[in-house]
Write a new protein. Structure first.
Length: 274
């Protein structure tokens, strides 16, 4: 037992340093354990029932402080991840709770995708395609925020922004690595970037690398299924066939919600001026 006692003596010294003793702390007469003068719960416990060895532990109020500090650190980490993900985009605060419910099937699909991605480490891809302003980016941002809230990393980015990163970075491979490492990649407005061989190469590297990483990806696009079905050249065909290898597609329909919101604001301001 003396070897064990020596080990505990060393641990006890370390624990004592980590658990500050306050003037108000006292020894419980019945158990001989040190008690917290604030919450009146033990600051010591006996790991072996048949031994008088006592080790320091967190009392209830110190445990609560410790939990609160861990929660603050966790939230800070999440907010840092959110800032990195959205890098200045207005969509940073976009969550499912803000959904107006006008497209229930879209909402259901995106929520199910988010739950799947955060719950079972899914490799699935989701392609949201349809007209401008129908809520594709909004929903993709909701998915990214849900992933971040669940402890994942995510990036919400356009191909043009990746081109900018590549332009500014001396290490091109590191830019692609970052996109492949992130837990969830959202490529917003795919297909709206200018068509050049250089941009096609970026798109292929991005899509191909992500597919090889085995990680999930959400793509939003104004392209139609006809556009996807009739690529203009071999490079486009390769890019599109890689996307369809993994992606489930969802046709996002409806009125232009951004136009509707502008119209509603304009009507409100004109009625308030009357
Ligand atoms: Zn206490």
């Amino acid at each position: 037992m003396s070897a064990i006692r020596n080990v505990f003596d060393v641990l006890a010294t370390k624990a004592e340093a980590a658990i500050p003793i306050q003037d108000s702390d006292y020894t419980d007469e019945a158990t001989g354990l040190l008690m917290c003068g604030k919450c009146h719960t033990p600051k010591q416990c006996r790991p072996f029932p048949d031994s008088d060895i006592a080790v320091y532990c967190l009392c209830v109020c110190m445990k609560a402080d410790d939990d609160a500090m861990r929660e603050r650190l966790r939230r800070n980490e999440i907010e840092q991840r959110r800032n990195i993900c959205f890098h200045g985009s207005d969509l940073i605060g976009t969550v499912f709770a803000d959904d107006d419910g006008k497209a229930p099937t879209l909402t259901k699909t995106c929520k199910a995708y988010a739950e799947n991605v955060t719950g079972v480490n899914s490799r699935d891809w989701l392609l949201l395609w349809g007209d401008c302003g129908t809520g594709k980016s909004f929903m993709a941002a909701c998915i990214a925020n849900a992933a971040i809230d669940a402890g994942m990393t995510a990036r919400f980015i356009t191909v043009s922004e990746i081109e900018q990163h590549l332009w500014n970075s001396p290490d091109k491979a590191a830019v692609y690595d970052e996109m492949n490492r992130t837990g969830l990649l959202v490529i917003d407005d795919f297909g709206c970037e200018r068509r050049t061989d250089y941009m096609d190469e970026i798109k292929f590297n991005l899509i191909d690398g992500r597919l090889r990483s085995g990680k999930p990806c959400v793509i939003t696009s104004n392209l139609t299924l006809n556009d996807f079905a009739a690529p203009v050249d071999l490079t486009q065909k390769r890019i599109i066939s890689r996307i369809f290898e993994r992606a489930k597609t969802f046709h996002v329909q409806g009125d232009d919600r951004r136009f509707a919101a502008l119209k509603s604001r304009a009507e409100q301001s004109s009625s308030s001026e009357k």
